[in-house]
Design a protein around this ligand. Sequence first.
Ligand SMILES: Cc1ncc(COP(=O)(O)O)c(C=O)c1O
Length: 460
Amino acid sequence: MPASLTQRSLQAVWHPCTQMQRAAHAPPLGMVRGEGPWLFDEAGRRYFDTSSSWWVNLFGHSDVGINNALKDQLDRLPHVMLAGCTHSPAVELAERLSQRTGHVLGHCFFGSDGASAVEIALKMSFHYWRNTGQADKTEFVCLRQSYHGETLGALAVTDVAVFRDAYDPLLMRAHLVMSPDARQAAPGETAADVAQRAVAALRTLFEMRAGHIAAIILEPLVQAATGMAMYDPIYLRQVRALCDAHEVLLIADEIAVGCGRTGTFFAFEQAALPGEAPIWPDLLCLSKGISGGYLPLSLVLSRPAIYAAFLDDDVARGFLHSHSYSGNALACRAALAVLDHFDSADVLQANRLRAAQFTQALARLYDDPRLEHFRQIGMIWAFDVREPFAGPRFAERFHLAGRVRELLIRPIGRTVYLMPPYVLDAPLSDWLAQQLRATLDDVFHQTPPGADRPSEPAVA
Ligand SMILES: Cc1ncc(COP(=O)(O)O)c(C=O)c1O
């Protein structure tokens, strides 16, 4: 019998975010086909993609609109370098994204994966202050529980020990400030109160390091990779005001939360109070969902003043950063097809209905005493399994139990979350909630293997 894809992969591929010694216990599924929210493995089994394949897939696998756009682009121009050349998908994408910010942000700088957008935003902010005569502004601020990617710059502003500790000696030092995570609320405190405490901590830091801080980077509304920590939008509003007062650039990392995930196209749109003028960051990073889960694409949108600070006869004052596949034409074309979806149907309104349906379908879990901190925003749902019930290697055991129930689901530590593609309907919602409950019951009734081993670290 020929070796399965799984067996060959274990021999040939070094999988991301995986302790390969452990991979034999949870072997990679050999996927051969995707359709809508479903993935099919080589044995013909189906799995519901509950995390949209690491939060990239918006409209399901093999979406007709994106497929057709890509086929058309494939025959025209798959790729051309973006230095000295340009092409219509990149230009149109940059124009349409800028328009979505009311042209407050623009001059789209393209990268490839999310982490490359974070690197670009960090370098741009540092260089901006140099170019504007404030070379002392060299320090960065990030939040506790933040995650911004795995490259060295992005890791330096990431607060996940298991990802960064081994590389710590290589990383630049960044200031870590309190997260506004609403789960920290003391009895009687609201999410907004927690956010206010976090703002106060940031204000103290800004005052102490006055004149030295280049930028703060944050994930608007949801700190995704460290367990879907959600927080009150008042935090964004007040951080914007603090940044203005202290001349600090505000970088919004919308890599996970952009493209409608939190209920608005950009999560930052929720920073302003209803009816008030919109508030925007200075730099905005986008990736993942923007190309619909098809091709690696990331980008950074910036304010005109930042762009202008790099214009000079001196080449070295320009932003000379580049990646070979920056603004790849196929990836940009996929992104245009994603924007077409948003423009041609009211995706955000349809998602509100989907969210209400699925929240309702999950209702039977709300008073389960083994679970806590139910939370939801837009198309993200999460809850935590209480410590004594989670047991050792909860995430792995839950993931494996989910496979049996046709779910592709990967908890983060003891946080179970769902970030499904925007194709959920009422019957699928009911099915998904039922399978989730069954998986929880399966895991709670198990005798955990290796019950003597310590709990695993949080890994997405
Ligand atoms: C908020 C955030 N920023 C950056 C990244 C890094 O993106 P990538 O994995 O594409 O490099 C991620 C990935 O999960 C993310 O969630």
